[in-house]
Write a protein that binds this ligand. Structure first.
Ligand SMILES: *Cc1c(COP(=O)(O)O)cnc(C)c1O
Length: 228
């Protein structure tokens, strides 16, 4: 199947899952994860009406972003190195992979220079796996969180996670439920914090993520084909 059919199929599935889980009224956005794919694929998707794209490397984004019309929206979803922050702030409309206070402060400083406010998500290591990126939720996290939401040139829209990497759908859904719960807890603890968005769900697990309350699924291989 081609990109057009894939996009249609996924949009329909998202609609059906929302209906089935009684969430017709919630908006679930589709981020087309185009990392490693040629720019022609992105243009194809754009011509089908897709506007949201996800990339994970600065060098790759530098080539692709200028080749898409200016209303295409790019989200950074990969781990960001300090020395690439400034470039990332120039290229991207949103950074979903904020995984440390240090990176948050760097983004804030770069955006101050660029006179812009960056939309971000905080990436949460929801399965507490030391080999994965993202914040681990311990006592210290709440202090760090408080510092991040006080930065003036970033706006924390919500939380992002990668679901548990297991085959048991119940465990995967549990990990998404935990992210939703964390998001609610944070809004109780920090009444000034309004970030309700939840970026969760990929090709293999977006149904579970939507059932658990995802507001954005990040889908790559089911749209553009498997990556080598
Ligand atoms: C690659 C990637 C995706 C998309 O993965 P697929 O399995 O191809 O849908 C989503 N989120 C992140 C953070 C990724 O790195």
């Amino acid at each position: 199947m081609g990109i057009k059919e894939n996009l249609k199929k996924i949009e329909t599935e998202i609609f059906d899952i929302k209906e089935k889980s009684g969430q017709q009224d919630r908006i679930v956005q589709l981020l087309a994860v185009s990392k490693t794919k040629p720019v022609e694929f992105l243009i194809d998707a754009y011509e089908c009406g897709q506007r949201l794209f996800g990339e994970n490397r600065i060098n790759e984004a530098e080539i692709k972003v200028p080749l898409l019309p200016s209303d295409a929206i790019f989200h950074m979803i990969g781990h960001l190195q300090s020395n690439k922050v400034k470039k990332a702030c120039q290229l991207f409309d949103c950074i979903q992979s904020v995984d440390s206070l240090k990176i948050a402060k760097k983004i804030n400083n770069s955006c101050l220079e660029l006179d812009k406010i960056m939309d971000v998500y905080l990436e949460i290591n929801i399965v507490n796996d030391v080999h994965k990126t993202g914040f681990i939720i311990d006592d210290q996290f709440y202090n760090v969180f408080n510092e991040i939401i006080s930065l003036d040139n970033i706006k924390v829209l919500g939380l992002m996670c990668i679901g548990a990497h297991v085959s048991d759908k119940g465990i995967i859904k549990e990990s998404f439920n935990s992210l939703k719960q964390l998001s609610e807890d944070l809004r109780v603890k920090f009444p000034n914090f309004k970030g309700e968005k939840l970026s969760m769900g990929m090709s293999s697990d977006y149904s579970e993520a939507i059932e658990a309350g995802s507001t954005m699924v990040r889908v790559g291989s089911s749209i553009f084909g498997i990556r080598k």
